[in-house]
Design a protein around this ligand. Structure first.
Ligand code: TRP
Length: 371
């Protein structure tokens, strides 16, 4: 990979890009599912034209809990990229970035780590939940809590305006906003009383980016109880076949035991959650609910069939796009997309790092990356 960041360039700085910027990403620990779609992916796809988008493959973060699973992480990285492409992320419009090939992120992580108290990081509720959910106990790696600071660097390296994420990421974004304010105050002389929107005008390097939460904050899994998650085996993957979708939805417990003529309660039936989220015809959803409540000859199989159809309608175009990346050269093609995006991303991230170093009295001459 050749990376060049010339000292002087005739191109206008990326800060004057006509479009506002987005940065967000996923950790490659498994394939993406419907929870990812409604939580964030759908927003990313929709905003590709309006925003200059950077989508980060956060593979470094996968190592924080799975350092011994290098080849699995690599495989997941490729799989997630395919999921993105299948979902409609267009590499002609958006930039796909591989975290471990953006050295500016790793460097910024160090600098930003000095601006956040250790105990503040350890109080981050998303980290705490992860320690519990993944059963990490007290033997997690030093790098594990470090990823929360790393995520601040992921974001700030791209000086984005907006971060489309699922609700579980809000605590990270909040910490990132704190770190950005702090950097701007300490190194750019911005008055701490400044409103978030006023930081760039007050001389701050980093805009204070906002999270954009998806349409559905928490999608229940096919177990009807827990949040959809690969590790709980209650997920419908974007790469599932029509048969798999059918099987998974048909196996869902409708929350109550009833005959088609018994009145039922749609609010305790997770299949109706899916109906509301995935069926486009809202009048049909209301009608199904009314009939369910009345016990008007509406079996659970009927509701499930309508949901299966809706989910497959959503996934069908993804299957078609995915098919383009299934041939013998698929991996090489995907790697090329990642490489091209990462080169582009390095230009922006190197620019940010150089500006950050200037602000930090580290102006020892701007470097050129050439490998
Ligand atoms: N932590 C995020 C997740 O697990 C992934 C991520 C890494 C991310 N860096 C990011 C998301 C920066 C948004 C912005 O889903």
């Amino acid at each position: 990979m050749v990376r060049v960041m010339p000292d002087h360039t005739d191109e206008p700085p990326a800060t004057h890009a006509p479009k506002p910027r987005i940065l967000t990403g996923d950790t490659p620990t498994g394939r993406l599912h419907l929870g990812h779609w409604v939580g964030s992916l759908e927003t990313r796809v929709a905003l590709q034209d309006e925003y200059d988008c950077y989508f980060l493959l956060a593979n470094m973060h996968a190592y924080t809990t799975r350092a011994d699973k290098a080849s699995e992480i690599r495989e997941s990285t490729i799989e997630i990229t395919k999921d993105w492409l299948a979902a409609g992320i267009d590499p002609e419009k958006s930039t796909i970035v591989l975290q471990t090939e953006v050295p500016a992120i790793a460097e910024l992580t160090w600098f930003l780590a000095m601006l956040v108290p250790f105990n503040r990081v350890m109080r981050n509720p998303t980290l705490k939940t992860e320690i519990e959910d993944k059963g990490l106990g007290d033997s997690y790696s030093f790098g594990f809590p470090m990823y929360a600071v790393g995520q601040c660097a992921d974001i700030l390296a791209f000086r984005p305006d907006l971060i489309p994420v699922g609700e579980d990421q809000v605590a990270h974004i909040e910490m990132c906003r704190e770190v950005a304010r702090r950097f701007n105050q300490v190194y750019c002389g911005v008055d701490p009383q400044t409103e978030d929107a006023g930081y760039p005008a007050a001389g701050g390097l980093f805009p204070i980016p906002a999270a954009k939460i998806g349409r559905v904050a928490r999608l229940v899994g096919t177990d009807g109880k827990h949040k959809m998650s690969k590790s709980l085996h209650n997920a419908i993957f974007l790469s599932d076949t029509p048969k798999e979708v059918k099987k998974k939805i048909n196996a869902m417990y409708p929350g109550q035991s009833r005959n088609p003529d018994d009145p039922g309660d749609p609010t305790i039936n997770p299949v109706f959650d899916y109906a509301e989220i995935f069926m486009r015809d809202k009048a049909q959803v209301s009608e199904l609910k009314d009939r369910y409540r009345r016990g008007d000859n509406l079996g659970d199989g009927h509701v499930k069939a309508a949901v299966i159809e809706a989910v497959n309608e959503l996934l069908e175009p993804m299957r078609e796009r995915r098919a383009k990346y299934e041939g013998p050269n698929a991996e090489a093609e995907v790697v090329e997309i990642i490489r091209a995006g990462t080169d582009r991303a390095n230009k922006l991230a190197e620019e940010t790092l150089a500006m950050a170093k200037d602000a930090m009295a580290l102006n020892f001459g701007r470097r050129e990356l050439r490998l």
